[in-house]
Design a protein around this ligand. Structure first.
Ligand code: ATP
Ligand code: MG
Length: 438
């Protein structure tokens, strides 16, 4: 951060010494005024893009047609944008053309919210024509100009509005909120990916429930062009969300929505979440479905700690991986409810966390954590005997049965029912083979 401040100052100073105007602007000024950590610096200048490029050799013309050049100094990137105004907007999402101007106040006018429309120069004097500092003081999100117009120009601003209100725990000025309600259908013009990025910032922040509540009240997300299962989001009980880390927050939301794994997979694809996120989160839903199959069919009054359950659990850990097991435990611990949407309706539960057949999820999560700690090994590589080794020892030819046999040996050793020694494993293999031949 100190490095960034020093290098940022160099960029501004270079521009000013070449006879141009230059200011810090946007998020970095806002965050600085709020006493928050600054994560990147945007600079706005009267210099034309061509002049910026000449002053900073090796800069990258990231958005040169909109006047944006990325200047990299000592490995730190700075976005330098020429003062500009925006022409007409197309499709409620982007200006058809931009005009370069010479007055910083003109540039500030195109920005979304008053707190984001403050510029600061080398002298430290803020240029703040829309009283952004006062709104920050009052903890208010307010559009620059007419809210209704600004949201009509660019529908993404509405999600940004909710995101900022959530992350900063600010209120939304009445006119801004009214404008949002009036224009919310314009969100249908915005690409899922851009909306998702804002939602991620919102969910990551200190008060995700505030953002969800604003989305609930505005019904904003139901206007996104893609399928959202909006009613389910609105109905979801996610009160324990703030207690969880970011990935687990999303998992909890998916659980609370009562989605089938395939539905969740589809939804996350449409919202363009990364493969890593989608696969990890959906795996937890699949885990639960599998567990449900193993456990909810059990007889009333059966003992959850039964050895067969322990082994079934360990078998699942071997198949799904330990992360999925831990993800499930982490989320379910905070949401110890009947397993799925359907069950919630069909099986009236007697008390929190208890299903009709007397199964208690709190008990189950306690057992799960314990069983996880008891697992001796996690993969075939850790077995004292390998597949080809075993074939040679038994003087047999390979086949599909070998994989099954190895999985069996893995489960037996992982659960501690078999010693992980060459002799024991070979003996067990012989037993299984002769049992199968019989
Ligand atoms: P963050 O802390 O998330 O980076 P930010 O305010 O810096 O927040 P950016 O997307 O980095 O957000 O945008 C930088 C600045 O550009 C904003 O502060 C705002 O002045 C302006 N801006 C960004 N998006 C819009 C938009 N959709 N409409 C108008 N102005 C915008
Ligand atoms: Mg920014």
């Amino acid at each position: 951060p100190a490095q960034m401040a020093a290098q940022g100052e160099k960029v501004v100073r270079t521009l000013v010494e070449a006879g141009h105007q230059a200011y810090w602007v946007g998020g970095c000024v806002r965050d600085e005024l709020m006493g928050r950590e600054v994560h990147d610096m945007d600079i706005t200048t009267s210099a034309m893009p061509q002049q910026v490029t000449e002053l900073f050799p090796g800069s990258i013309p990231t958005g040169i047609q909109h006047g944006t050049i990325t200047v990299v100094i000592e490995g730190i990137p700075f976005e330098v944008t020429t003062f500009r105004t925006e022409g007409e907007y197309e499709d409620h999402r982007r200006p058809t053309e931009v005009h370069f101007v010479t007055d910083v106040a003109e540039d500030l006018r195109r920005r979304d919210f008053t707190m984001n429309a403050i510029a600061i120069g080398l002298d430290g004097q803020p240029v703040d024509p829309f009283n952004g500092r006062e709104d920050i003081q009052q903890r208010l999100i307010r559009c620059v100009g007419e809210a209704q117009e600004r949201f009509d120009e660019d529908g993404l601003r509405m999600v940004r509005c909710v995101r900022f209100a959530s992350v900063f725990q600010f209120r939304i000025a009445l006119n801004t909120w009214k404008g949002l309600l009036h224009q919310r259908d314009k969100l249908g013009f915005i690409a899922a990916e851009r909306i998702r990025t804002e939602l991620e910032k919102m969910m990551k922040g200190p008060a995700p429930l505030r953002g969800l509540e604003l989305l609930r009240r505005s019904r904003l997300i139901s206007y996104a062009r893609i399928q959202t299962s909006w009613e389910r989001i609105a109905a979801a009980d996610v009160s324990s969300l703030p207690l969880l880390g970011i990935d687990h927050r999303w998992m909890l939301l998916l659980f609370a929505m009562g989605l089938e794994p395939d539905e969740a997979d589809q939804l996350l694809r449409e919202w363009t979440f990364s493969n890593r996120q989608r696969e990890r989160w959906v795996a937890v839903l699949r885990w639960e479905k599998e567990l449900q199959r193993l456990v909810l069919n059990a007889e009333p009054g059966f003992d959850p700690g039964h050895a067969a359950n322990r082994k079934a659990w360990i078998g699942m850990v071997l198949r799904f991986g330990q992360q999925t097991a831990e993800d499930w435990l982490t989320v379910r611990e905070l949401k110890p409810e009947p397993l799925s949407h359907e069950q919630k309706q069909s099986s009236g539960r007697s008390e929190a966390g208890e299903t009709e057949n007397g199964f208690n999820w709190r008990e189950w999560t306690l057992l799960g954590w314990r069983w996880n700690r008891e697992i001796r090994l996690f993969g075939l590589k850790e077995l004292a005997v390998g597949g080809s080794d075993l074939l040679a020892e038994l003087q047999l030819k390979g086949g599909p049965w070998l994989g099954q046999l190895m999985q069996h040996l893995l489960l037996e050793t992982a659960s501690g029912d078999l010693q992980n020694s060459r002799e024991e494993l070979i003996e067990e293999a012989r037993r299984v083979i002769s049992r199968n031949e019989a």
